[in-house]
Design a binder for this molecule. Sequence first.
Ligand code: S3P
Length: 175
Amino acid sequence: MSERCVVLYGPMGSGKSTVGEKLADTLGYDFLDLDAKIEDKAGKTITEIFEEAGESGFRQAERDAVAALAGSRNLVIATGGGAPIDPANRKVFASLGHTVYLKASPRELYQRIKNDTSRPLLAKSENPREEIARILADREQIYYEADIVIDTEELSVEEVAEQLIDELARRTVDG
Ligand code: S3P
């Protein structure tokens, strides 16, 4: 593997953080969770940022955090589900290295996150199951712009990380 970064895209529940940590461990890279970075800088949780500054305030903080990543090397980065939607963010991600979409069906995504209250976009929704499907339908075309797509539906975290490592190795060999 070269020293470029691996940038994980996907909706809430797609496994960006769990797969990212596993992948970073295997590759000997550092792991960076974009939401955690935003929380550290703000000294607030994502939920608090949404409450105090609205989604637009959160998106600005997210853009700032992404811009600060420019030039990074040897990182596996778990982005927030909405981060790649902004074209300026996508440009930074593409410049960092390999972008990867971790794909799963709305049904599976809902199963993975239904008991998690840390996601303001779903916490307010009366029907989180439908909201996930709607968000995915809105964004999936952009997620598909990633260099690599892994269907995680039936796979364990380890299996996703293994597939991804194989795919990255293939790309490095093929140039
Ligand atoms: C969001 C996803 C969240 C977080 C914020 C907004 C989104 O990250 O950035 O709540 O727009 O899909 P995860 O994808 O890690 O849950």
